[in-house]
Ligand binder design. Structure first.
Ligand SMILES: [Cu+2]
Length: 427
């Protein structure tokens, strides 16, 4: 009774486990196919606000065919309010592009005109202008981001744009040819694939042969344990289970393996006499000083509304220039809060995401030459909520940073970083 009861219970739990697995897989398949972003909002709000200020990002083509080129340009400033507990940009940074899978190939990338094939180091508070050229490889709809891989920090994502890649009606849809230093033209899509297949086949055959040999000998795991136990119990030497023939066969496998490795090495060395190791050195790039504007900004108080969707900055501003200045935009965490009263702003590109056109409400938004006034700036939009900026409440150091844009009456654009302590407001 007890044993059959146990069996039934066991079957039940196994069945339940399998059904859970099936349901999970189905849910996973259903939802994964609908996911349209790739986690850029999941990154901590404080991290998005205080690491890299990306701006003026433009994907120059959003509809293309396989094989066509697309250029991405933009600017960024590593924040001077970088979280203390996080590594910095001074060590190793790599300019990269975020797309789901190998859907594009990157042909060129540069920061301030310096090619970025390798990693680099950056300086906080300096301006960097980047450019990347990609070639579309696989048809589909992709959210394309510029991004920086930063050592000890992770991936810092710039603003994304949707691009559509269509297939072409040709027998070979994508060709990726390069000329090597020796003048040989190779297709990187297929280069070396045959060799990879041959080596996989060799090791699979060898591995299977070894397994089959020991399976036939019934000398694996439990049978071997049983035999050893039996030998000890009957007073025999368990080492005798392994015969001389077993030893010879194993030695044969060992010799064949070593011979294959050595032959492979010698053949490769003979076939490709000229090789250089993978290059890992850093390239150096000089940051641009942010053009100094005529506006001095002192932050008095910063707060954000917990229930609402807004950020309030109270600042004292002094215009030391000769022309009136108008505040045009506040940008943080890739969200642009625009002053609707400004006659002109930094460019807003067609289909640009995360732009709150009426997001900036300013009292005293125009500062006359020589004037020192208190300015209250309220950045509010539903983007604050949808981009999960409310997560700021979970930051252990409650600080913020962003870029403030302004222009004089001649239309000259300036920008500078503002940042500091921020307190939540419950009303
Ligand atoms: Cu995305």
């Amino acid at each position: 009774m007890s044993s059959s009861g146990r069996t039934i219970r066991y079957d039940h739990s196994a069945l339940r486990w399998v059904s859970h697995l099936v349901v999970t897989c189905l849910l996973w398949l259903t939802f994964v196919s609908d996911v349209s972003a790739h986690g850029e909002r999941a990154q901590l709000a404080s991290m998005r606000m205080r690491t890299i200020h990306w701006f003026d990002i433009q994907v120059h083509k959003t509809e293309m065919k396989v094989g066509e080129l697309v250029t991405i340009t933009g600017k960024f400033i590593p924040s001077e309010h970088w979280p203390k507990h996080l590594g910095g940009v001074e060590d190793a940074v790599y300019l990269n592009v975020g797309v789901p899978g190998p859907t594009f190939i990157r042909l060129e990338s540069s920061i301030n005109g310096v090619p970025m094939i390798r990693s680099t180091s950056l300086e906080k508070g300096k301006l960097y202008e980047f450019e990347m050229q990609l070639r579309a490889r696989i048809p589909g709809n992709y959210h394309l981001h510029p991004l920086l891989n930063v050592r000890d920090v992770g991936t810092l994502v710039g603003k994304g744009a949707w691009v559509r890649v269509e297939d072409i009606d040709e027998p070979v849809t994508f060709v990726n040819e390069v000329e090597t230093m020796q003048g040989e033209v190779i297709d990187l899509e297929t280069y070396g694939v045959e060799t990879v297949k041959i080596w996989h086949a060799i090791w699979i055959v060898l591995g299977l042969a070894y397994l089959v040999f020991w399976l036939i000998r019934r000398e694996m795991f439990i049978p071997r344990y049983m035999q050893t136990k039996q030998a000890i119990e009957s007073g025999e030497n368990p080492n005798d289970i392994i015969t001389r023939r077993d030893f010879m066969v194993t030695a044969g496998f060992f010799t064949v393996t070593l011979t294959l490795i050595l032959t492979g090495y010698l053949y490769t060395d003979y076939k490709y006499p000229l090789t250089i190791p993978l290059q890992t050195g850093n390239v150096s790039v000089t940051g641009i000083d942010i053009p100094a504007g005529p506006l001095r900004v002192d932050l008095n108080r910063a707060s954000y509304e917990l229930g609402g969707r807004s950020l309030t900055l109270e600042m004292q501003m002094t215009n030391s220039g000769l022309l009136p200045i108008q505040l045009t935009e506040f940008a943080t965490a890739n969200i642009r809060f625009m002053n609707p009263e400004a006659p002109a702003t930094m460019p807003v590109y067609p289909d640009e995401e995360m732009v709150a056109a009426n997001g900036l409400e300013i009292a005293n938004g125009v500062i006359e030459p020589g004037q020192t006034i208190d300015v209250k700036l309220v950045a509010s939009d539903s983007l604050w909520e949808t981009q999960r900026m409310t997560g700021l409440i979970h930051a252990p150091d409650s600080r913020f940073a962003g870029l403030l844009f302004y222009q004089d009456t001649n239309g000259e654009q300036y920008f500078q970083e503002v940042g500091g302590t921020i307190v939540p407001s419950f009303f």
